[in-house]
Ligand binder design. Structure first.
Ligand SMILES: Nc1ncnc2c1ncn2[C@@H]1O[C@H](COP(=O)(O)OP(=O)(O)OP(=O)(O)O)[C@@H](O)[C@H]1O
Ligand SMILES: [Mg+2]
Length: 341
């Protein structure tokens, strides 16, 4: 999949108003009834970067993107895209932003080619050009073989690629990606990551949402962590991870009654607190260096604590959250069931 021949207009945005910020948001608020889904968010996304908005279900990620894309009214606060006020200039903003939805917005009964052609026409592209853009995009996203199949026969990964392709028709300098890889298998996920990196190499700015720390880690230059509509942290992925150590040692004790002993041992060996999981007998130990795991395991054996399973892993979003907010990722339950296609 190559996107090198596909250049966004001008190889990058020409900032209006002399700003090098692609997105500038201050005090953004969206209220649904009594519920402040977005509760005073500030964001600065620099031109040419991949900026990640990381948060659990119901944090307000999609709502934020939808306001910035003019798909939802901004209740309070101000948002600018390349210096252009979003609320006052929806038509200009729609030229500047390509939106890829969390739920692919393609027509099931049409083929991939027909969908791209239709989207092009709807966006005012002339007939012959609409046909050539569609062919170009199908090639760029590796969808040539499936070009004339109806979308109903597409896999989740193919749908995501088509959805992303559709958002690039007008070659916008800023792309919003809402959970671009949720529900994709690891290989397809990796391909999507490469595609996103390619967009940025070509001069685009990308604002993406994700629930996965590893995705933010792989892709984003900077990340804002949001929770209950508020920004709780911002920084590079490395800065966020430092809040919880480089890696974690995940332990399951044979006897949950030995947890207090294990906690003592960890304190003694590392001088830090393990994170107790709600699951009985399970604890996660933040580690500055992965090889400290051995020290903890040896000390646990000397203390007579027996262990059923052990692994060393990167910190999860849950752990970052716990470290940043003091509570677990407790997104809205009704939104937990995600469309996995
Ligand atoms: N149109 C709506 N009407 C009422 N409430 C809404 C609406 N859209 C979103 N919400 C609520 O606003 C909150 C934020 O939702 P949002 O979709 O922005 O979360 P999210 O971070 O994108 O979550 P997910 O990871 O599940 O996609 C949730 O509590 C959700 O139920
Ligand atoms: Mg969402």
């Amino acid at each position: 999949m190559s996107i090198t021949e596909f250049r966004p207009s001008g190889g990058g945005p020409a900032p209006a108003g002399g700003t090098d910020l692609a997105v500038r948001v201050r005090g953004l608020v969206k209220t649904f009834g009594e519920h402040r889904a977005v509760d005073g968010i500030d964001l600065d996304v620099r031109s040419g970067e991949i900026f990640g908005v990381l948060g659990p279900n119901g944090a307000g990620k999609t709502t934020t993107l939808r306001m910035l894309a003019t798909l939802l009214k901004i209740d309070e606060g101000r948002a600018e895209i390349f210096g252009v006020d979003v609320a006052g200039n929806p038509h200009v903003i729609r030229q500047l932003v390509g939106v890829t939805g969390q739920y692919a917005s393609v027509d099931e009964n049409l083929t991939a080619r027909e969908n791209l052609w239709l989207f092009s026409r709807l966006q005012g592209v002339a007939g012959p050009r609409a046909r050539s853009i569609s062919t170009e995009l199908l090639g760029q996203f590796g969808l040539e073989d499936a070009a004339d199949k109806p979308i109903s026969q597409f896999s989740g990964g193919m749908r995501r690629r088509l959805d992303l392709a559709a958002s690039l028709i007008t070659r916008p300098p800023l792309i919003f990606l809402d959970e671009p890889t949720t529900g994709l298998d690891p290989r397809t996920r990796g391909q999507m990551w490469d595609t996103i990196r390619g967009l940025v190499a070509d001069g685009c700015t990308v604002l993406l949402t994700t629930q996965y720390l590893d995705e933010a880690d792989q892709l984003a230059d900077r990340v804002a962590v949001i929770d209950h509509g508020r920004k709780v942290a911002e920084g590079t992925p490395d800065e966020l991870k430092t809040a919880v150590g480089d890696s974690t040692l995940q332990l399951l004790l044979a006897d949950p009654g030995e947890v207090p002993t294990a906690v003592e041992v960890v304190r003694r060996v590392l001088g830090s607190e393990p994170v107790l999981s709600p699951e009985k007998g399970r604890l996660n130990v933040p580690l500055d260096q992965a090889d400290l795991a051995a020290d903890v395991l040896i000390a646990l054996r000397s203390a007579g604590v027996s262990i059923t399973s052990v692994s060393v892993d990167k910190p999860s979003l849950d752990e970052v959250f716990l470290a940043l907010t003091g509570h677990e990722t407790d997104g809205d339950d009704e939104k937990r069931t995600k469309e996995n296609r």
